[in-house]
Write a protein of this length. Structure first.
Length: 110
């Protein structure tokens, strides 16, 4: 069942994705969406659409799955590259898990 859920979730991310963006499984139960030319409003909209699809999915609904999201926006003044953005989003995701799953917020640059 776990693999089926991961595949279904990956398909939802791909379906809601724009062609210019990147979606990838980042490891375990984590996925990453790189939203080119997007800011927090665009990312929040994407997350809302994904959450709606997850809530409507029969298999995921049966298991009561939620999505925890970490958002980060590249800030060239405080971030050197992709690793810094990923780290900021990862910190935000784990914070989201403990507070309000599925509610996107923008990570503060570290």
């Amino acid at each position: 069942v776990g693999d089926s859920i991961l595949r279904a979730f990956g398909n939802i991310l791909e379906d809601e994705n724009r062609a210019m963006n990147l979606v990838a499984r980042y490891g375990g139960e984590e996925f990453m969406s790189v939203l080119a030319e997007s800011h927090v409003d665009g990312a929040s909209y994407y997350v809302r659409r994904v959450n709606e699809r997850v809530s409507a999915d029969a298999l995921m609904g049966e298991y009561g799955l939620t999505v925890s999201v970490g958002l980060a926006e590249f800030d060239p003044a405080s971030m050197k590259g992709a690793e810094d953005v990923i780290q900021a989003a990862d910190i935000d995701m784990y914070s989201s898990k403990s507070q309000r799953p599925g509610v996107p917020r923008l990570a503060s640059p570290q």
